[in-house]
Design a protein around this ligand. Structure first.
Ligand SMILES: [Zn+2]
Length: 96
């Protein structure tokens, strides 16, 4: 489980999200914006190897366009730094 947690942590870090300490019931972690600390969601640690990175990769366009992530724009900015052409394409397709 430690390794999975580390994998989840790494996957979300790529889009500017940090994992908080576990919630009281232990298997869910709050996702916090690395830019401003606002809570942007939850993630469970019952994932299989590779799933966390896959999840975050699938959500790339949503983070890029601002449909997912923090209103401060930190995840979108991180997405732009990771892949500017894809960031731009996602915003044209998904954002108003
Ligand atoms: Zn933020």
């Amino acid at each position: 489980m430690g390794e999975i947690l580390e994998e989840i942590r790494r996957a979300y870090a790529t889009v500017g999200i940090t994992l908080d300490v576990p919630a009281a019931y232990g298997t869910y972690y709050r996702l916090l914006c690395a830019g401003c600390g606002r809570m942007v969601g939850n993630v469970g640690d019952r994932l299989l190897p590779g799933m966390a990175a896959e999840l975050v990769a699938e959500q790339f366009d949503l983070y890029a366009s601002g449909l997912l992530g923090c209103p401060c724009g930190h995840q979108s900015e991180r997405a732009r730094q990771l892949d500017a052409p894809r960031w731009q394409a996602a915003r044209q397709r998904l954002a108003d």
